[in-house]
Design a protein. Structure first.
Length: 448
């Protein structure tokens, strides 16, 4: 069986974070409020009332964090740009101090020999745009493309590749359909215009970045969806869920069309959001890479009662669980990668794992589950590459323990432990393991 040492030569090793989850300094240097500042302040929205106001204080401690990355021997670092540092209300006058922060960050990364991989939108929409409807308003897509151009004009001379959006599925469903994330709307399927407008924003921003000669990627959290049984009703429910979770966010970008959503009772024009010509704007035949954030597969059954959703979530049988309760099924990553080739064929761009990792409960376990999780997923990834799937890199989620959205500081995903009372960083066993793996992989590839 292939293992992680069989990953190809030139494979890029990285770690990932996101602005609101680590930066803190939410009112400093002219940063405007985002939907996450507003949401986290709402009583009961985030577990134990935690907010990202301080988080890991990365805004001030980034030199220390870059030293930690250098210690790992990373090739790349994926971070996100906070839109409200650059444009405090989402559009209008540029906040020079905010842009300067990312300028310093990029320079410091390059000095450490680490390639910056910025994500332009990781869920922290400017509150100023939310006040005008957020992603439910088509205009937000155009504001996003303008913002992309501003950041690219400043950093594009040093940053070769960019991710437009992070996980538009999660942002749409948790943020707009269920209300468990910012901005906390509960529109159920009528949230789908927010998905369409994010994808439109992706397409418009991709054109802006391509015009400047930059590479463009999109990061989706794809999940292989398996029916709970071979019964036709379970298979049909699984197909409907696959369309909603995976295909809505990938088909338009790679194929220029939406999957049929009739099984979900959703109109083809996504409640009037899809206008003539939109799919040409979203379709990105020259997409330079598809980012995959992989955590777990999904098991779906037919709904048991009338009304409600056209699918039910089923337990994944016989799998260990992370501290978050997510099933650990590494071979599902191999299946996902192979199925992407079957679904998209030549339209599938090179892949990069832009997030993978797990939260570990420190009160009951040491760090070994994280090492086991990452090793097994890297083996599964190597398996897919030996089957001919083009995977170019792996970014561990996450460099640091951080603000895990609605869970606050309760889920610890870091290779580095953070004491949130003092912001002190302490590398975990998985940090040493990852550092040694990166070095060993490089050494093995160098002698071939
Ligand atoms: C992903 C998010 C990332 C982090 C991990 C655990 O869905 O992109 O910010 O929260 O999950």
């Amino acid at each position: 069986m292939p293992d992680r040492f069989d990953l190809p030569a030139g494979f890029r090793w990285g770690a990932a974070t996101a602005a609101y989850q680590i930066e803190g300094a939410v009112t400093e240097d002219g940063r405007g409020p985002s939907v996450w500042d507003t949401f986290a302040a709402r009583p009961g929205a985030v577990r134990d009332g935690h907010t990202g106001a301080v988080a890991c204080d990365h805004y001030h401690r980034h030199p220390e964090d870059i030293a930690l990355m250098r210690g790992l021997g990373l090739d790349g670092y994926r971070f996100s740009v906070a839109w409200t540092r650059v444009l405090p209300t989402g559009s209008g006058a540029v906040n020079a101090a905010g842009l300067a922060f990312y300028d310093r960050l990029v320079d410091a990364l390059l000095e450490a020999g680490i390639t910056p991989l910025p994500t332009l939108f990781h869920w922290d929409l400017p509150q100023g745009l939310e006040d005008g409807g957020g992603w439910l308003n088509r205009d937000t897509a155009y504001r996003f493309a303008e913002y992309a151009g501003i950041v690219a004009d400043r950093l594009g001379d040093r940053v070769p590749a960019w991710i437009t959006l992070n996980e538009p599925f999660v942002h749409t469903v948790f943020g707009y359909a269920l209300g468990t994330h910012a901005p906390g709307r509960t529109l159920m399927f009528e949230a789908l215009p927010a998905a369409h407008h994010q994808l439109l924003g992706h397409g418009l921003a991709a054109a802006v970045l391509h015009d400047r000669g930059l590479d463009v990627m999109l990061s989706n959290n794809l999940t292989p969806v398996e029916p709970a049984s071979p019964a036709p009703a379970d298979v049909a429910a699984a197909e409907a869920y696959d369309a909603l979770h995976n295909r809505v966010f990938t088909d338009p970008v790679l194929l220029g069309r939406y999957p049929g959503l009739a099984a979900l009772g959703v109109p083809d024009d996504l409640y009037g959001a899809v206008r003539p010509g939109d799919l040409d704007l979203i379709h990105t035949p020259g997409l330079d890479g598809l980012g995959l954030n992989f955590y777990n597969p999904t098991r779906i059954a037919a709904p048991t009662g009338p009304g409600g959703l056209p699918f039910d979530f089923a337990e994944w049988p016989d799998a260990p669980r992370t501290a978050f309760g997510w099933p650990v099924v590494p071979e599902a990553l191999t299946r996902l990668l192979l199925s992407l080739r079957d679904t998209y064929g030549k339209a599938l761009p090179p892949l990069t794992i832009t997030e993978n990792g797990c939260s570990v409960d420190e009160s009951t376990t040491p760090d070994q589950p994280r090492i086991d999780f990452m090793s097994a997923h890297l083996d599964a990834l190597a398996h897919a590459t030996t089957e001919g799937i083009d995977v170019r890199g792996y970014y561990a989620w996450s460099l640091l323990d951080n603000f895990e959205w609605a869970e606050g500081y309760h889920q610890r995903f870091g290779l580095v432990h953070v004491d949130f009372a003092t912001c002190e960083r302490t590398p975990r066993a998985s940090y040493g393991w990852y550092r040694d793996l990166i070095a060993a992989h490089r050494a093995k590839r160098a002698v071939r």
